[in-house]
Design a protein around this ligand. Structure first.
Ligand code: SD4
Length: 299
């Protein structure tokens, strides 16, 4: 791909999401349709233990999902701690389109999804349940850096964040996750929170985050990256600045933690930066050519 990106998303599995997003963009010319279609790919993949169907449950055995999508016209929808539905990103879109609200959580989000006619699905796969039962033997909670690229490991977790910039400079983004494996019941990470897991601003750019959500939420990470771009930084410099800020703020507490930011500006320039090596992203250009690249990192 050339320097002008259309779609970028987090991790190796972003490549398949980008392909679906690109195909959808070609069909409807809508970036919001594109990022939603992209997010639905890992949501439906039982091999991906970090997103949607097949996601690892919380410590009580419930798979609870978080998702957000937004465009640069201030349209925004999000759900958190949603149970029983394979595509939280599409429920989030419905929140945006059908309610006066931006964010529904828990049982209320579930009831809304039922009322909207979304099909209920059992999300806990036998494989995820087995991993949970194994985990219960020790019940130690420690996120493993870059597990999203290590399918099948016991603490696999993570998120797809996907941001896009059309040839006209318009922007949209989506982020969806099952959150941290074996999290406390009720825990919500950065991903579905506007300004933390995702932020989009017309005339500036879009950013998304992945990794230990608590470290992103603490600094409203994606809003910070976009603010830095608004102040004139390149996407790369803006992502790096946010990571440096976390490292300085948190010191030893993030010694082994992974956090990665991914950004695109309104000229289709991209940036990515992480605390630890191992963060990857998938970039797709205007012709639909996709490449998975390693992000720069602090360490
Ligand atoms: C979260 N950032 O819920 C998300 C997804 C994740 O490792 O688990 N990342 O914290």
């Amino acid at each position: 791909p050339g320097n002008r990106a259309l779609i970028v998303s987090t991790w190796d599995f972003g490549a398949a999401a980008n392909a679906a997003a690109f195909a959808q963009w070609k069909k409807t010319n809508s970036l919001l349709d594109a990022v939603e279609a992209g997010a639905r790919v890992p949501e439906a993949d039982p091999e991906n233990h970090s997103v949607g169907f097949g996601g690892y449950p919380d410590r009580d055995g419930h798979v609870t999902l978080d998702a957000i999508l937004m465009d640069d016209r201030g349209n925004l929808g999000a759900v958190a701690a949603l149970e029983d539905f394979m595509h939280p990103i599409s429920v989030a879109r419905r929140v945006m389109e059908k309610t006066p609200h931006t964010f529904l959580v828990g049982e209320g989000a579930r009831q809304f999804a039922i009322a909207e006619g979304f099909e209920r699905t059992k999300l806990l796969t036998p494989e995820a349940e087995a991993a949970w039962r194994e985990w219960l033997k020790t019940a130690k909670y420690k996120p493993v850096a870059n597990s999203e690229n290590m399918r099948g490991t016991a603490l696999d977790h993570d998120t797809i964040g996907i941001v896009a910039c059309g040839p006209d400079g318009r922007l949209a983004g989506a982020c969806t996750t099952s959150g941290m494996a074996f999290k406390l019941r009720g825990r919500v990470g950065d991903s579905p929170q506007c300004g933390s897991g995702l932020f989009v601003e017309a005339g500036v750019g879009a950013a998304t985050a992945t990794g230990v959500g608590e470290e992103v939420t603490r600094i409203a990470g994606s809003a910070r990256v976009v603010a830095s771009m608004r102040a004139g930084m390149s996407p790369q410099a803006a992502c790096r600045e946010a990571v440096l800020h976390i490292a300085k703020l948190r010191g030893d507490a993030v010694r082994d933690a992974q956090v990665g930011f991914l950004a695109i500006n309104d000229r289709g320039e991209i940036g990515a930066f992480a605390l630890q090596p191992g963060f990857t992203f998938a970039v797709t250009d205007l012709e639909g050519r996709t490449q998975v690249r390693p992000a720069e990192s602090l360490k």
